[in-house]
Design a protein around this ligand. Structure first.
Ligand SMILES: O=C(O)CCC(=O)C(=O)O
Ligand SMILES: [Fe+2]
Length: 348
């Protein structure tokens, strides 16, 4: 078995464009309505599953509509986030992720660097599964990525915690649904990923972002367009992203070496395959490079990413249905914990 590492970001961007048939040189991010699956309409399931399989192979991104998360909840979430990001900097700093043993809390503009040499022009706020450990500090027995969230006081951000927690639970459920469709798309039993994604100990991270705008003159005078978030692939298995209508997310199309916007669609989630799933499927499903440009407008842009990183002890080892006859696994088995430690460590 080869001891390959997944393609690095440099390889994903700078390798010569891949040869491609004209049809695969066309770039589109499919929009897939999953309501038939949620409504248990069996006649619709094969076409939904096929669309997911094709999208996960290439471009590794798709948008889903007809999901279970209500407009009301999403509106309340965005309203609460606007209030949170507008509080004085000192209040946000009081819940900075540097105070957290498990990467939870506030991240200031410039704290993260996902693309070498370019600080991300975004603020963030990260939460995860609320776990309290043993001992006086409540941290005993907790593992990588596990622990308590940090919250601003209720008087500074009324209702913020409640809506974030409600949204987190809804997204865990939606993630389980999308993983079930992914399982079917790989010819696996429908609940193959349930324990990975929906266990009390599954590592799931929800990070809200505010991207401050730049003026047109800044965007025209700089060689490198200011990045809200630098070019990267996601570390985990699968990400579900809610974006507002401002736009800025772009996906890299490797065969033509060009960047393409992901047009915001009201009510849709952007779903993308992460590095762990790429490895798990022996590169059948693709973890695609993406970035977010700073908005050139008078408005901030808001988005909320839900990262499914999975169970720490899960061994990620080539799924058997991903091997064609005569094909060999490209990667050594790795635990989720080792994979995440390697990837999270290098971006802050
Ligand atoms: O906000 C966006 O559009 C993208 C966010 C993203 O890619 C990430 O947080 O990993
Ligand atoms: Fe990302």
């Amino acid at each position: 078995m080869q001891q390959n590492m997944a393609a690095t970001i440099e390889e994903k961007t700078s390798s010569p464009p891949l040869a491609c048939a004209p049809s695969s040189c066309e770039f589109a991010i499919p929009v897939i309505d999953i309501s038939g699956y949620l409504l248990s309409n069996p006649a619709t399931v094969p076409s939904i599953v096929k669309a997911i399989r094709l999208a996960a192979i290439s471009p590794g991104f798709f948008q889903i509509t007809g999901h279970s998360v209500s407009t009301d909840l999403r509106d309340r979430l965005f309203a609460a986030l606007k209030i949170f990001f507008a509080v004085p900097q000192s209040t946000k700093t009081s819940v900075h992720r540097n105070n957290s043993s498990c990467m939870r809390g506030y991240e200031a503009v410039g704290d993260q660097m996902l693309e070498k040499g370019i600080f991300d022009r975004k603020e963030g706020f990260m939460i995860g599964q609320e776990l309290v450990g043993s001992g006086n500090d409540g941290l005993g027995g907790l593992r990588f990525g596990q622990g308590p969230n940090q919250w601003p006081t209720e008087s500074t951000c009324p209702g913020f915690r409640t809506v974030m927690e409600e949204y987190f639970e809804e997204m865990r459920l939606l993630s389980r649904t999308v993983f079930r469709l992914v399982a079917l798309s790989l010819g696996l039993e429908e609940k193959f990923f349930d324990n990975f994604v929906y266990n009390r100990d599954s590592i799931t991270m929800c990070r809200a972002h505010r991207y401050p705008p730049i003026t047109t003159s800044v965007s025209e005078t700089t060689d490198i367009k200011p990045r809200g978030i630098g070019a990267h692939t996601d570390f985990g298995a699968m990400t579900l992203l809610l974006q507002d209508g401002v736009g800025g997310l772009e996906v890299f199309h490797r065969p033509t070496a060009t960047w393409h916007p992901v047009t915001p669609i009201l009510d849709a989630y952007v779903v993308n395959i992460g590095d762990m799933m790429e490895r798990w499927t022996n590169d059948k499903y693709t973890s695609t490079l993406h970035r977010a440009l700073s908005p050139v407008s008078k408005q901030d842009r808001y988005s909320v990413a839900f990262f499914n990183e999975g169970l720490l002890d899960q061994v990620v080892e080539c799924i058997s249905t991903c091997l064609e006859p005569g094909e060999k696994p490209k990667y050594e088995p790795v635990t989720v914990e080792d994979h995440l430690r390697m990837r999270y460590g290098s971006s802050y």
